[in-house]
Design a binder for this molecule. Structure first.
Ligand code: 5GP
Ligand code: MN
Length: 329
């Protein structure tokens, strides 16, 4: 396997990609690399498999991206860089095209993955990094390129969204130091916070309220399951673009170790998992075809699985996972 640095140096036309429904980390990392590689004289296209949440439109105004427009639409390239996921199938149809073209591919990521299943020409990979955006900055600096102001802000977005503004268990000393360094270099944290978190619709609190009404506790309160279907959300005149707040509220309950929240996305049921101190939710997410980290993971059920079916399946999975308690130290 060549090194990430060799592969980038040898490439002139590069596609930088995020994953489906790209989050702040995937977008932030992709922006850092796209801007930095362009500054090095590379021809770079920043392409996402589908449109991200509108809360990130402030990033797009500074660094425009395009959305994959179907088979045959990828520009000629000699390298694809995938940010914040190590599985091409998380790029949907865009991943399939990359697979079929046999493109050279580099992954920049912090998720654990199975190397026997997912193959890359080079990996810039560190599961201990709080955010992929920080790895993107490291990679650029190893190439001898310093990120510009806009890239530094994108790296800050990546770090702060993936750590829940430095409050999740992945917020380690390196994450705090990186945040301080980025602010020291001119990033305005208050303005970034407002851009990401304080532009919601009036329907959002209604959506959160309706979703919290469904809460069901399992295994003596060690697990909690919440859900909302599209019809209930519409009746409540609610909106739910992001389930992070709901997951945080449920995880905050003292007895709770694990939260699962179900919602409908494009006709399919999506589940998000969060755990507090010991349960590896990545394992549970993998059982239903998803993945993620030990304390935050997710999956999308196959088409045709209803919220009721998913709830039943998850009740069993959660009961079994937490009943035994944490493994002995
Ligand atoms: P969220 O629940 O906020 O969508 O995602 C939490 C974590 O799980 C993130 O690290 C995300 O990348 C991962 N994740 C969410 N959905 C999926 C999925 O369908 N497949 C995989 N492999 N990971 C997912
Ligand atoms: Mn991430």
């Amino acid at each position: 396997m060549s090194t990430s640095l060799d592969l980038i140096r040898a490439s002139e036309r590069i596609v930088v990609a995020g994953h489906l429904r790209a989050d702040g980390d995937s977008l932030g990392a992709a922006i850092v690399l796209a801007r930095g590689l362009r500054a090095m004289g590379k021809q770079v296209e920043l392409i996402l498999p589908d449109p991200p949440d509108s809360r990130y439109s402030f990033l797009e105004r500074r660094t425009p991206w395009s959305i994959y427009s179907g088979k045959g639409s990828l520009p000629d390239h000699d390298l694809v860089i995938v940010c914040d996921c190590s599985q091409l199938d998380r790029l949907g149809a865009m991943g399939t095209e990359i697979e079929i073209l046999g493109s050279k591919r580099l992954v920049v990521d912090h998720h654990p993955f199975d190397r026997a299943v997912h193959r890359w020409d080079a990996e810039y990979h560190d599961v201990t990094a709080a955010a992929t955006g920080l790895l993107a900055v490291d990679l650029l600096r190893e190439l001898g390129e310093e990120p510009d102001k806009i890239a530094l802000e994108a790296a800050f977005v990546a770090l702060m969204t993936d750590t829940g503004w430095l409050k999740y268990s992945n917020a380690d000393a390196r994450a705090f130091a990186a945040a301080a360094d980025l602010v020291g270099r001119g990033v305005d944290p208050d303005s970034v916070y407002r851009d990401i978190y304080q532009q919601t619709s009036a329907g959002t609190p209604r959506g959160i309220g309706a979703a919290l009404a469904s809460t069901e506790y399992l295994a003596d309160g060690k697990a909690v399951l919440g859900w909302i279907d599209g019809a209930t959300l519409r009746t409540a005149q609610g909106e739910l673009v992001d389930t992070d707040e709901i997951l945080d509220i449920l995880r905050a309950v003292q007895s709770v170790e694990v939260v699962a929240f179900l919602s409908e996305r494009g006709g399919r049921v999506k589940v998000s998992f969060r755990s507090k101190t010991w349960l590896d939710v990545n394992q549970g997410a993998r059982q239903i075809g998803g993945g993620g980290h030990a304390r935050a993971a997710g999956a999308t059920f196959p088409e045709g699985v209803s919220i009721v079916d998913a709830r039943e399946q998850l009740s069993e999975l959660l009961e079994a996972a937490v009943s035994a308690g944490p493994p002995a130290a």
